[in-house]
Write a protein that binds this ligand. Sequence first.
Ligand code: UT7
Length: 334
Amino acid sequence: MAYAAFRSIGAYVPQKILTNEDLSKMVDTSDEWITKRTGIKERHIAAKEEFTSDMGVKAASLAIERSGIALEEIDMLVCATISPDYFCMPSTATIIATKLGIKGVTAFDISAACTGFVYALSVAKAFIESGMKKNVLIIGAEKLSAITDYSDRGTCILFGDGAGAAVISATQNKEEAIIDVHTGADGEYADLLMTPNGGSGSAHDELENEAAGCFMQMKGNETFKVAVRTLTNDVKEILEQNNIKSEDVTHFIPHQANYRIIKAVGDALKMRENQVVLTVAKYGNTSGASIPMAINDLYEAGKLKAGELMLLDAFGGGLTWGSALAPFSPIRDA
Ligand code: UT7
């Protein structure tokens, strides 16, 4: 049987930085409030002509280069995004594939909001273990600034742009294998976080008046509470089911939505401070891109070594949630 190995990571952040100070000139907020309630200090914003796919391509190019796997060997590409280049089609994954020069392979998007990267990982694992694919490129890419209402202080202080990518490939060595991926969803809570208009539920002749409804809306405080509960339970379950203790995890890499959520979940799971990866201060919430961007930060700081166990944990609109246990398994020189 083939196993799936987490081979490499890459990420990209756009140049422009939007600080809390900048936001305090746009809406009724302050650096103090944002820092205290979210831990966020700044976020990066893509240029007008920079699309989600452009950021995805940059992250993916790095991940491919670092994987040691040739571009021609990539046989599937999955992009997790809620801010695709185009609303319905073509998928952002197909655009990224073409920009990378990958032709004729399976390519599609996943819509699972902030849990998107974990969903993409579960798909890659399943395709590889079934023998259908060998090298899957998974990408989380978001231009959330394009769907953010910059007059709503409840959401605009949170979100940023960026992309992260990983190459997942087949191995016969069980020690290299992704151990488990959990994913779940509950549409009962759909209205906590949504872009209400612009879909098949919108009447065409009303669309012009409904433009504001295409931006994200969130019931922040309710989402916060469900997030802490769900993230904690999900991690407890995946650790228990795989007979792994939280102290055996080298890097706990949660979705970066809010420092207070991460702290509450980390404390409930008895994680030591040096296990928890934090990037929320400098990138804000980049939805499906946040986990691979955080893994990349760790990697580029020289803190992610072969064989170290990563625990991923995500939660987002849908509602969706997911967690994963995976050793970092770059191809080692013979
Ligand atoms: O990524 C996927 C999932 N998303 C999340 O997990 C996000 C979850 N939610 C959150 O991170 C937090 O709920 C927020 C950061 C969005 C809000 O923090 P909170 O501590 O839950 O605040 P709140 O919504 O309960 O609001 C408290 C007060 C309110 O004022 P009153 O009614 O007490 O007078 C708000 O109007 O803070 C006010 N407020 C603000 N004040 C200054 C809300 N947003 C702001 C703001 N600046 N930006």
